[in-house]
Design a binder for this molecule. Structure first.
Ligand code: ADP
Length: 492
């Protein structure tokens, strides 16, 4: 049974369930969104609290461990506790403490060798289940949300649990990346304490397996995704990853809302990682950051050679292979290149190999470094994002904010957030980067060539950089749209 509470003036209360939150634990954009969006919603009067697993890194950063609730008998799940915490930006945290499932060396989803944790179904089944308990009349907390905002497959089972629970509130499922679907063998269902009857096309079943994401897409009251263009793309076969049929059926319950950026974290005027802070009206500091970056990475210190930056997970999705294919030609333009990222071993090796072949011109840093990512955004002249698909993408937003025009493949949220630079768009002030269509190395090269040509015309280049920097990229308007979706789902 769904309960829509009718107090129009009561403060809207939302439980935001997520598997990562910056800066406590981050593998990608979801962590950034899970930190900034709740803060932006709180700023407009929504009482959001974030539920996150108590990974080792998260527990280590909790100053005290105040227990809010215990879960001793949630079916086959191990005993767990809910601890209270507060994020650095003031957002209240509900930390799900279950050491056997979450406190281990390695990442949130994979061990240090890059293999998925064998018990991921149980780990994120518990997270999903606890989110549903907190959104139902079973909850022992004094704070009762009006709605649960789930994120990606890791909390995809929450809408299913809510569907079968008593006194449950509505849920929305936000898709940050449809390619990750939380697919497990059908027998897993027994461990997860869901009725066998839900294992069907109208339920959690997906091509004979159990999919957490499919469960969420089917049972959530509303679905959001992180850009309007991606909301359209995922209803088509090419980028629907098998979910396009269900998404097309649910078209009226699907809203694309572009991500914003946390301007407290990403702002060249206040960024603690930079050699020199700068702004759209005082740009001189940007050149100092470029020299510092070239020094740091062992690149030739040359102010007039354009420096291209890339920060990414090294996976097929992100199109690094295209960039590596043209890297030798880039050095002849000449342009320099820095790549920061980690992921597939072959791509890591290929990036490193390229840096050894072109010392002084190409640098590769394998690993995850928040500090270096900020320094690249500031020190590079242009930012490269040749993603095959991109639900929203954040680095093209950060790079605009840092006056580092992005060169992007015209897909997903990149289409919604980058306006190709032409004579007209430069003149009317809308240009904010360079886009290319057709996922081929020569198309990427042509777009970079256009960027480098404009870079040589420094007067116009500065116009473009300034255009980028003055854009409003914050979360305010998107937070209002999320609030409107919540209210619509609640029938208010
Ligand atoms: P995705 O979530 O698909 O990885 P996004 O562009 O939405 O891609 O977000 C990626 C986020 O992760 C950005 O904040 C980016 O700067 C960060 N990031 C990715 N790889 C690294 C890395 N190796 N070091 C530091 N930050 C990284």
């Amino acid at each position: 049974m769904k309960i829509n509470i009718k107090f129009e003036s009561a403060k809207l209360k939302v439980l935001f369930a997520t598997s990562e939150i910056a800066p406590l634990i981050k593998t990608g954009g979801l962590a950034d969104v899970s930190s900034a969006l709740p803060a932006a919603l709180r700023a407009i009067g929504v009482d959001v609290r974030v539920l996150v697993p108590g990974y080792r890194q998260v527990i280590a950063q909790l100053p005290e461990q105040k227990v809010l609730a215990t879960f001793d008998a949630l079916a086959d799940f191990p005993a767990a506790r809910l601890l209270s915490g507060t994020a650095a930006n003031g957002v209240p945290l509900l930390v799900l403490d279950c050491p056997g499932l979450y406190q281990r060396d390695g990442g949130p989803y994979q061990d240090a060798a890059g293999n998925d944790w064998a018990d991921n179904a149980l780990r994120f089944g518990l997270l999903s289940k606890v989110a549903a308990v907190l959104g139902s009349s079973e909850s022992a907390l004094d704070w009762h949300p009006d709605l649960v905002h789930c994120n990606d497959w890791q909390t995809g089972l929450t809408p299913a649990y809510l569907h079968f629970a008593h006194g449950s509130v509505p849920s929305i499922l936000a898709i940050h990346n449809l390619a990750f679907q939380g697919v497990f063998p059908p027998a897993t269902l027994g461990q997860l304490h869901l009725p066998l009857s839900c294992f069907g096309i109208n339920g959690v079943e997906f091509y004979g397996s159990l999919s957490f994401l499919k469960a969420g897409l089917f049972y959530a009251d509303h679905i959001t995704t992180v850009s309007p263009n991606y909301a359209k793309e995922i209803q088509q076969e090419a980028l629907g990853f098998g979910m396009q049929g269900l998404l097309a059926i649910r078209n009226n319950d699907l809203t694309g809302i572009l991500n914003g950026i946390d301007t407290g974290e990403w702002n060249p005027a206040t960024d603690k990682y930079l050699a020199k802070k700068y702004s759209s009206t005082r740009m001189t500091g940007k050149a100092i950051n470029k020299t510092a970056l070239q020094n740091l990475l062992g690149l030739n210190v040359a102010s007039d050679v354009p420096l291209l930056g890339l920060i990414s997970r090294f996976t097929h999705q992100k199109g690094l292979d295209l960039l590596l294919e043209i890297a030798p030609s880039l050095t002849e333009l000449p342009a320099q290149l820095v790549m920061l990222g980690s992921g597939e071993t072959k791509m890591q090796e290929a990036a490193q190999d390229m840096s050894h072949r072109y010392p002084g011109m190409i640098a590769a840093h394998i690993g995850f470094s928040e500090a270096l990512s900020h320094r690249i955004e500031a020190g590079a002249d242009m930012f490269i994002m040749p993603s095959r698909f991109e639900p929203c993408g954040l680095n093209q937003l950060y790079s605009q904010c840092y006056g580092t025009p992005p060169v992007v493949h015209a897909t997903g949220g990149l289409v919604d957030s980058v306006v190709d630079c032409t004579a007209e768009t430069l003149k009317d002030g809308t240009a904010s980067g360079f886009t290319f269509s057709g996922m081929a190395a020569e198309n990427l090269f042509a777009a970079i060539q256009r960027a480098v040509d404009l870079y040589r015309d420094q007067r116009n280049w500065k116009v473009l950089c300034k255009n980028c920097m003055v854009k409003d990229l914050g979360w305010e308007s998107s937070a209002e749209t999320y609030k409107a979706v919540y209210l619509k789902v609640l029938g208010r």
